[in-house]
Write a new protein. Structure first.
Ligand code: PAF
Length: 286
């Protein structure tokens, strides 16, 4: 089947309504494009779970702050379409900004607790932008299942809560972080890194590894684990910590000790590029 490219939201609705009428199971993989192996893993998961695999590519302006990288966010539609074909995508939805946000648009979804702190603290309004566009994509694509990466840990938690709170009848699937051979988490923003920043960017995965090793050695105090992670990050000249936090892996509440699965979440500016990474830590007794 040739890859179908749809730009008009109404046309997408018609296509998925047809598919649903035919009893086909729909998977949606929402992305902002510039696809890499992390996205390919999401598409593979979607392909496994559905008859109609829909990929959306939309650099969503409402999730970028005024001083963020919306204007220079990397784009490569031809490359994305090649990845989509190779991954067996059936339909790519590539809407214009005006089609998603018509004149006078003013509706936003706020997941009030989970959007606070972590990335929400340094990116005010970010998660309202994410939740709103994803809700809109859900309405348009009417998927049975939607696939997201676990690298954006807080995003997945926010979206899970939105789906639960607003009774979306959609299964959300999280896919583990895909890494480069040397451990750097795949991200479209890695394209911004200079050669020396690319080296410094490895401090994130090293910080996670250091904390994990300490937990394996019996350390449960989250203050000491955060300090150890910060120490690793401080060794990278171009790295500046935005946050290093340990939170309950499910509720994202702060925790003093690792007694349940706990996510160590990092956001670090390497030069001007803000990178995130995370790892769920568990003691052997959990
Ligand atoms: O994770 C992303 O790429 C974006 O936040 C998403 C989920 C596609 C919403 O714009």
């Amino acid at each position: 089947m040739p890859l179908e490219i749809v730009r008009d939201p109404r046309e997408l609705r018609l296509r998925v309504e047809d598919a649903r009428r035919d009893g086909r199971r729909i998977a949606l993989v929402p992305t902002m494009g510039y696809l890499h192996d992390g996205h390919v893993a999401l598409l593979a998961e979607g392909r496994r779970r559905a008859d109609l695999l829909v990929l959306s590519i939309f650099v969503n302006p409402t999730q970028f702050g005024p001083n963020e990288d919306l204007a220079r966010y990397p784009r490569d539609l031809d490359g994305d379409l090649a990845h989509a074909r190779a991954a067996g995508v059936d339909l790519v939805f590539v809407p214009e900004v005006a089609a998603m946000y018509p004149d006078g648009y003013q509706t936003y979804i706020s997941v009030r607790g989970l959007e606070q702190g972590l990335c929400g603290a340094s990116r005010p309004g970010h998660f309202a932008g994410v939740a709103s566009v994803v809700a809109k994509l859900f309405h348009l694509a009417q998927p049975h299942v939607a696939v997201f990466g676990e690298k954006d840990y807080q995003q997945l938690a926010v979206l899970r809560r939105m789906v639960r709170d607003l009774d979306f009848h959609i299964e959300l699937v999280g896919v583990p972080i895909v890494r480069e051979l040397d451990g750097l988490a795949r991200s479209s923003r890695n394209a911004y890194l200079s050669t020396s920043e690319r080296v410094d960017a490895l401090s994130l995965v090293r910080a996670l590894g250091r904390a994990e090793a300490l937990v394996r050695g019996g350390e449960c105090d989250t203050g000491r684990l955060a300090a150890a992670a910060r120490e690793v990050l401080a060794g990278a000249a171009s790295a500046r910590v935005d946050y290093v936090e340990l939170r309950d892996a499910e509720t994202l509440e702060t925790v003093a000790r690792i007694e349940r699965p706990t996510v160590l979440a990092l956001a670090v500016f390497v030069g001007k590029t803000r990178l995130i990474d995370n790892r769920v830590l568990t003691t052997t007794s959990i």
